[in-house]
Design a protein around this ligand. Structure first.
Ligand SMILES: NC(=O)c1ccc(NC2CCCC2)nc1
Length: 247
């Protein structure tokens, strides 16, 4: 899968992406990351990518033409079939696991990272098929949101995470909070690892982990359970969790 980021801070994207899972995915050639700096598509001496907002007001707005030339080059550089252009902004669709799961099917994802007060609306209308958002808050640029998307999608691509890596979520885990994790030593600060995890009883361990995920979701994010059909076994596990909580 290919990611192209339109950004005036190309090093920020490349340097950040080269760590961990995303860095490995790029080295393996499973992920290709290219960055396109609108400043390289300006013709004035100062490489101007922004200008004052019509209607007045504070700050600057990113100009249409440098963005357009950058994105045209990003498109020309890949003969991809399934391409999507996304603008990262607080006005966008919330970035969720479902959105990341859907994006795995794309050949190329072009991510437009704005700076200043934003970008010329006509560019969003003409070039950006979708807008995506990390959440209801403002940050100083779209680059961090772009990195979240790149990380979240990359780890779902086949071959990126080894079989032994924890993020291989089982199907029933989707839409639930994660279970607790423990590692050596067995006792620290007087706190023991739950016995079931030391038992070697894999079915029991799997059952306990699912129960913990169900229970923690019920406690911390009951809203996630509203649109999740629980199997009868899962319902029983959750009920047992609630009873044990009372005792
Ligand atoms: N919630 C978000 O995903 C998000 C994205 C971009 C942004 N700021 C950018 C947008 C245009 C200028 C700075 N703030 C917040």
């Amino acid at each position: 899968m290919r990611f192209d980021v339109i950004t005036i801070f190309p090093e920020m994207m490349l340097d950040s992406a080269m760590y961990g899972v995303t860095g490995r995915a790029i080295k393996q050639g499973i992920v290709n990351l290219s960055v396109w700096n609108p400043r390289n598509y300006t013709s004035d001496r100062h490489k101007t990518v922004d200008d004052r907002p019509y209607g007045g007001g504070p700050g600057m707005v990113m100009k249409y033409q440098p963005l357009k030339d950058a994105i045209d080059n990003a498109k020309d550089s890949a003969d991809a079939r399934c391409v999507k252009v996304v603008y990262l902004s607080p006005q966008g669709r919330p970035i969720t696991q479902q959105l990341l799961n859907e994006s795995v099917a794309l050949d190329q994802l072009i991510l437009v990272a704005g700076r200043y007060e934003g970008i010329d609306e006509r560019f969003i209308e003409d070039e950006c098929e979708e807008e995506w958002s990390l959440g209801d808050f403002v940050i100083s640029g779209g680059e961090l949101a772009a990195l979240v998307v790149i990380d979240g999608v990359s780890r779902l691509l086949p071959g990126v995470l080894g079989d032994d890596e924890s993020a291989q979520q089982d199907s029933h885990m989707y839409g639930l909070l994660d279970c607790p994790h423990y590692t050596r030593p067995e006792v620290i600060e007087g706190k023991k690892v739950p016995d079931v995890l030391l038992s070697g009883n894999h079915k029991g361990i799997e059952r306990w982990r699912l129960q913990q995920s169900l229970g923690r979701t019920w406690q911390k994010r009951p809203d996630l359970l509203l649109n999740k059909e629980l199997t009868t076994e899962q319902q029983a596990l959750l009920e047992e969790f609630k009873i044990e909580l009372k005792n």
